[in-house]
Design a binder for this molecule. Structure first.
Ligand code: NAD
Length: 499
């Protein structure tokens, strides 16, 4: 086990965080986390096994009664302090996230870290606004409904936005009075562990949050099966989501699933093409396309398709791919070598299906990037029913199809099994509302793409999962209703009348 060290000014914490302390795994196991820019080892991180998960759940269970009873305003105050602390440490956190994930530093700094602080702040403010209801029942009775926390919530997240997902899940869970066991993805554990340090600094009590990086199939599965865990909040692939639902059956724990996506991005002939070209490039190439809400299926009205594509490809080719820590970099490497292989395999799948690679589909020809997991922005003309158009690639690869009518655009958009996000570009307000209603998704963006805000519900339909993050919807998902009846002065005849 290494001692804590700094890389590029970022503090690296490499042990499990359980019961308010950083500890080794019980069996002493560690795993390497690598820098996707140059394949160097960033840290050897303690690897949680099932008995470490048991320790973390026990710590969270022990901390739960006091945390749930604590005045809501105090829980909120801690989250507000945490938001401030994250902002103070913004440069360092952004560097750490970029080192571990490959996000360009300009994105980690202005998106990931900013949104993480904003989300904790939003839920900090909400902690003492979680209100119940009074129900108008029969005269003489008072019936009120209070929203109570669930208990220990297990969280399992992927590697694409590790810091931000901590805030999306922990913010509402903690505000509502739950305690947490978080299992980050083994590829990207560092920002969650550093966040644990910041939480301890601002006074989050020991055991309230526990961070246990480790493999999905052992540590993650054990958490999903755990009888003392009341809920699993999961973000990841649809296949793993299914496994988690099965694993949860033992104690019938609640499940929230944020799964895969294959976002349709529809450009109508009356769109502002300059805005649509730029927004569509952001929709797919931001974070190297490693986003569940990526606009990975571009659908173009056939009358503007050639003009749009010429401009879109020119922009894609000009995206500055390079070292994530360079401020000028617009696209970094993919987060793992294996994942790059997977994305490149879809280029071959596209070719074998008769798709046309319009640009990219290969590794950049730059010796400075040779050790990293880079791939060029890729645009593929492909049929709507082809595999590359149907399956989630999760990389900087966008498929392009054309349509002739609004009805055809909607049919194409809805012919995938996913239903997370989708977007459309048009100047026609009625068309915008009409098509937004017809898309089978949890989120729709009009003349923009991939907007998120802590107040706005985030989640999908169909095989993109169920439950919602953010806003009051999230608080609903991290609490349960208790209905309390009080006989104030009800005038009811006895049920068993006796003389
Ligand atoms: P993944 O499903 O392989 O892994 C996600 C997490 O689950 C990781 O922490 C992993 O260790 C854990 N895990 C894996 N197998 C497990 C098991 N059997 N039991 C318990 N835990 C297990 O996903 P990934 O490849 O890391 O991430 C990419 C996927 O995440 C994509 O499908 C993407 O769309 C999805 N995603 C969805 C959202 C959303 O909000 N809907 C956001 C981001 C990513």
């Amino acid at each position: 086990m290494t001692v804590i060290e700094r890389r590029e000014g970022a503090r690296i914490q490499d042990r499990l965080f359980i019961g308010g302390r950083f500890v080794d795994a019980l069996d002493g196991a560690t795993f390497e986390t690598r820098n996707p820019h140059d394949d160097s080892v960033l840290a050897n991180v303690a690897q949680a096994a099932p008995d470490d998960i048991d320790r973390a759940v026990a710590a969270a269970a022990a901390a739960y009664p006091a945390w749930a009873r604590r005045a809501a305003v105090d829980r909120g105050r801690l989250l507000l302090k945490l938001a401030d602390r994250i902002e103070e440490a913004a440069d360092e956190l952004a560097t750490l996230e970029s080192l571990d994930t490959g996000h360009p530093i300009r994105d980690s700094r202005r998106l990931d870290v900013v949104r993480t602080a904003a989300t904790f702040r939003y839920f900090g403010g909400m902690a003492d606004k979680i209100q119940g209801d009074v129900i108008p029942v029969e005269v003489g009775f008072l019936n009120y409904v209070q929203r109570e926390p669930l208990g220990v919530v297990g969280m399992i997240v992927p590697w694409n936005f590790p810091l931000m997902f901590c805030s999306w899940k922990m913010g509402p869970a903690l505000a509502a009075g739950n305690t947490v066991v978080m299992k980050p993805a083994a590829l990207t554990p560092l920002s969650a562990l550093r966040l644990a340090e910041l939480m301890a600094e601002v006074g989050v009590p020991e055991g309230v949050v526990n961070i246990v990086p480790g493999p999905g199939r052992s540590a993650g599965l054990h958490l999903a099966q755990h009888p003392d865990v009341a809920k699993i909040a999961f973000t990841g692939s649809t296949e793993t989501g299914r496994e988690i639902v099965r694993a949860s059956a033992g104690n019938l724990k609640r499940i929230q699933l944020e799964l895969g996506g294959k976002g349709a991005n529809i450009v109508f002939a009356d769109a502002d093409l300059t805005a649509a070209v730029n927004g569509s490039a952001f929709a797919i190439f931001h974070n190297q396309g490693q986003a569940c809400i990526a606009g990975s299926r571009l659908m173009l009205d056939e009358t503007i398709a050639e003009e749009f594509l010429a401009r879109f490809i020119e922009l894609a080719d000009s995206i500055r791919v390079g070292d994530p820590l360079q401020p000028s970099t617009e696209m970094g490497p993919l987060t793992s070598r294996e994942h790059r292989e997977r994305v490149l395999s879809y280029v071959e799948i596209a070719r074998s299906e008769g798709g046309e690679i319009l640009t990219g589909g290969d590794i950049p020809n730059d010796p400075a990037l040779a050790k990293g997991y880079y791939i060029r922005p890729t645009v593929v003309r492909a049929a709507g029913r082809s595999r590359v158009s149907q399956e989630e690639v999760f990389g900087p690869l966008v498929t392009v199809t054309t349509f002739r009518s609004d009805a055809e655009a909607v049919r194409l958009a809805n012919e995938v099994e996913y239903g997370l996000g989708g977007g459309l570009w048009t100047r026609d307000v009625s068309r915008a509302h009409r098509i937004a209603t017809q898309l089978h998704t949890g989120m729709v963006w009009i003349n923009t793409y991939k907007r998120v805000n802590p107040g706005s519900p985030f989640g999908g339909v169909g095989r993109s999962g169920y439950g919602r993050e953010m806003g009051f919807e999230a608080i609903h998902d991290y609490t349960q209703a208790k209905s309390v009846w009080l006989n104030v002065d009800a005038d009811i005849p006895p049920f068993y009348a006796r003389d």
